[in-house]
Design a protein around this ligand. Structure first.
Ligand code: DGY
Length: 344
């Protein structure tokens, strides 16, 4: 019987959608990543016409081994994520397999957590928590300038974005609520997408946000940003993009936030930059080698660095919406229909 493979239970809403599809469901019974063997074994079953996968699971990485294991009837790989850096999209397409993802539904939640990291980093929240947990508060009583950090409402700040897609733009909207109203910030960004009529595009953004928005080259982005937010896709040209050279160009008072993918920021270089005072602080929702990052990691230890475990899209409504879209993409692909959201 035509079946859909689901590598992890994806909640009651999405499960109801899958159940109503008429496909037989082969769902990992454990609320945990399955073994690679479990995934590959089921992919070989000629009844499996579609598969729902999870981004962070090693078992679900779509590489040559995964694609070679797919039976010839498999028509769609649907990931419960907007990112698809874990998928060999070209390889899948060559085999006639569509790839679905979940753009749009997580913009708000990732923008929320990005702004949270901006505030936590500027206002030294990680340092404050570590001081209390280390029993050091009595040695650091309240004082006029104790635990002060840069002000988000400081006049004429520059917010910089590496990548200027939907999530960056939602983040801009939120940041503007905190910004200085009489001497508003400037937004600068770098985007690798080829843009025609750049001046027109920037004029449109400027109108949309009511503050100056301008595309700049990466060096200028590094040099001018007071708050630099990484929200670009991970690909060959962005891995290690934020390295020693880049960090050296940044202001010593600047904060760096990464809500995109860990490998875009070189962890060793970031730890160096924090130690040397090359930048003021950092806030990371993502980090290279996650989830295998322990308490001794230099960035986890660093008091000027907030590290949280890839939680950007982790609010209930967003995960329900992501799971539902993942289910619909899978059903549509398995039926041979157009996907609600296909990776381009
Ligand atoms: C995404 O949707 O890409 C999130 O980062 C979860 O992996």
């Amino acid at each position: 019987m035509p079946s859909l493979l689901i590598t992890r239970p994806i909640g009651p809403d999405a499960t109801a959608i899958l159940e109503q599809s008429g496909f037989n469901l082969i769902m990992n019974p454990e609320d945990a990543a399955p073994t690679r063997e479990w995934v590959l074994g089921h992919l070989a079953n000629p009844d499996v016409h579609g598969v729902c996968i999870m981004h962070p699971h090693k078992s679900d990485r779509v590489d040559e081994e995964f694609l070679n294991a797919c039976n010839p009837n498999l028509k769609v790989i649907s990931t419960m994520s907007v990112g698809y850096d874990h998928i060999d999209v070209e390889g899948a397409k060559k085999r006639g397999i569509k790839v679905g993802h979940t753009p749009g539904v997580l913009d708000d939640s990732v923008a929320d957590i990005t702004v949270m990291l901006v505030l936590m980093t500027m206002r030294r929240v990680e340092e404050g928590i570590q001081i209390i947990k280390a029993g050091e508060w009595p040695t650091l009583p309240w004082g006029p300038f104790v635990m002060t950090g840069p002000s988000i409402g400081h006049p004429n700040l520059t917010f910089g974005f590496l990548g200027f897609g939907r999530i960056s733009q939602e983040t801009v909207k939120r940041l503007l609520a905190f910004a200085n109203k009489s001497q508003p910030p400037t937004i600068i960004y770098n985007s690798s997408r080829a843009r025609r009529n750049q001046q027109e595009i920037d004029a449109e953004y400027t109108k949309k946000f009511g503050v100056t928005v301008q595309r700049v080259e990466k060096d200028e982005l590094a040099a001018r940003s007071d708050v630099l937010i990484v929200l670009c896709v991970q690909n060959e040209s962005t891995i290690n993009l934020v390295n020693k050279d880049f960090l050296r160009k940044m202001k010593k008072s600047a904060v760096l936030i990464n809500s995109a993918r860990g490998p875009i920021v070189n962890s060793e270089d970031l730890a160096w930059a924090l130690d040397q005072g090359e930048i003021y602080g950092a806030g990371l929702d993502v980090i290279t080698h996650e989830p295998n990052v322990g308490p001794d990691h230099p960035l986890v230890q660093h008091r000027r660095c907030v590290v949280i475990p890839h939680m950007g899209s982790a609010d209930f409504d967003t995960r329900i919406a992501m799971a539902s879209r993942c289910a619909r993409n899978c059903i549509q692909g398995a039926r041979g229909e157009a996907l609600e959201a296909e990776v381009p």
